[in-house]
Structure formats: structure tokens, C-alpha cells
Design a protein around this ligand. Structure first.
Ligand code: IMP
Length: 177
């Protein structure tokens, strides 16, 4: 059991299961990108632990960078604008693997990929640890998915509730009972 602020969470995905699955995803990436040198683009803050553990299991040549997504309201009907911050590398002609903690509505990753695409990379693939298919509101092509989960709120292993709860080795789910 984990308490974060006013909510309690129960164990959901344990550390061993996480690490086994991440190692499988890395094996797929090692195969798919053999002979290439992808740039791993971790999306802060949530993907920090997943990105690090994925990287530890990659045996191909690769580079790593991190970006952050700033969200601000827009007055038209398209809702929030999401702007990427922190990308200092030239990505033209590069193979990018964007690493996210979780894809919920998909809006964040869709905006991130759209903005990266404008800079002319050779390719963009998405790796997400968690995916909530029932919450998806936009079309996104997810090349590497750790776990598909139901529409539940989770914390831990990088994921937060109001900024807290990121610093665990396991993932927990909101206790609704
Ligand atoms: P999306 O734009 O709706 O796909 O939301 C993606 C972002 O929302 C993630 O990067 C997380 O920061 C946050 N998020 C979505 N679901 C959860 C959750 O269950 N726990 C913690 N954060 C979440």
C-alpha cells in the first residue's frame, strides 16, 4: 500500500515484471535498430526511470536526450498547446525513439511527435511503458508498448500524483474501494 497526499494506492506492476518487460522491449529495439544509431528522446519527468532502464538494456550504438513538455491553454477549440522544451541536438536525418511513461488520451505524444517531425528526422518511433487504449482520443502509432492497462490512475516508477509518488521501483494503482 502507498499513500500519496489524500489517496491510497495498491501494488499493480511489480519491479521484476517491469524489468523483464523493459528488457524485452530493449531486445526488440536492438533488433529493429541494428546497424543504426538512434537518438533516444526521453520525455521528462515521468519517463526518467523507464528511459534509464531501457537504455541499460540497449546494446546498439545510441544517444540519449531529454525533453520536457510545456502545456498552456489555447483559446480556440483545439484545447491545450503543448510545446517541447530542451531539445538542443540537431535531429534532421536522425532515427528518433521517443520514450513516454504513459499514453492516456495520446494528445501529449501526438503533439511531441508533430513538433519533432517538423525538424526533419529520418524516422520517429514511440516507446511507452504504459498505454490506456480506452482513453485514447487521437491516432498514435505506438511501436513499443510495455503494458496495456485499463482506464485507471497509476503512480510510481516515474509516474506521479500531483508531483509526488514518482520515487518507487513498483507501479501502484489507485485504490477505489
Ligand atoms: P495524454 O496526453 O492524455 O496521453 O497524457 C499523458 C500524460 O498524462 C503522461 O505523460 C502523464 O504525465 C499523465 N498521466 C496520464 N495518465 C496518468 C496516470 O494514470 N498516472 C500518472 N500520470 C498520468
Amino acid at each position: 500500500m502507498l499513500t500519496v497526499l489524500d489517496k491510497t494506492f495498491v501494488p499493480f506492476i511489480g519491479r521484476d515484471t517491469l524489468q523483464e518487460r523493459i528488457s524485452e522491449l530493449a531486445d526488440q529495439i536492438n533488433r529493429d535498430y541494428a546497424g543504426r544509431c538512434p537518438l533516444i528522446v526521453g520525455v521528462l519527468n515521468g519517463a526518467v526511470l523507464f528511459t534509464a532502464d531501457l537504455l541499460k538494456n540497449l546494446t546498439i550504438d545510441c544517444e540519449i536526450t531529454f525533453i520536457r513538455v510545456a502545456s498552456y491553454e489555447q483559446t480556440t477549440s483545439t484545447g491545450n498547446i503543448k510545446e517541447i522544451l530542451g531539445l538542443t541536438e540537431a535531429i534532421t536525418g536522425r532515427d528518433l525513439i521517443v520514450v513516454e511513461d504513459i499514453v492516456d488520451t495520446g494528445m501529449t505524444i501526438a503533439h511531441v511527435c508533430q513538433q519533432l517531425a517538423e525538424k526533419g528526422p529520418a524516422s520517429i518511433a514511440i516507446a511507452t511503458l504504459l498505454f490506456k487504449p480506452a482513453a485514447l482520443k487521437t491516432k498514435v502509432d505506438l511501436a513499443y508498448v510495455g503494458f496495456e492497462i485499463e482506464n485507471q490512475f497509476v503512480v510510481g516508477y516515474g509516474l506521479d500524483y500531483d508531483g509526488l509518488g514518482r520515487n518507487t521501483k513498483d507501479i501502484f494503482v489507485l485504490n477505489e474501494s
